[in-house]
Write a protein that binds this ligand. Structure first.
Ligand SMILES: [Zn+2]
Length: 100
């Protein structure tokens, strides 16, 4: 049997909700699994599901992000991206305002 996926569990720094992403990257150089998980979260495309829910369909509306060092679930990413132009990363103040 071959390894198919590795799943990482995050707690959203915005709302506190926990969610899973699935890691598809190969390990390069001296990256740890934690480094890879954060990189995949930042890429936005690895979302699997919120904890306690069945798998969500993979849609653009389920993008995750890392902005101003905060790990954000799809719902919080959407709220922040609606608040701040997507050409740049939101600041911590903007994230707090977007999620207030
Ligand atoms: Zn959230």
């Amino acid at each position: 049997m071959s390894l198919k996926t590795i799943r990482a569990r995050f707690e959203c720094d915005g709302c506190g909700r926990e969610f899973f992403i699935e890691l598809a990257s190969d390990i390069e150089g001296d990256m740890t699994l934690f480094d890879i998980a954060v990189a995949e979260l930042s890429s936005g495309f690895a979302f699997h599901s919120y904890v306690g829910e069945t798998r969500s369909s993979i849609e653009e509306s389920f993008m995750t992000s890392v902005q101003a060092g905060q790990h954000l679930c799809p719902a919080c990413t959407r709220r922040v991206d609606d608040f701040v132009p997507q050409e740049r990363e939101a600041t911590a103040d903007e994230i707090a305002k977007a999620l207030a």
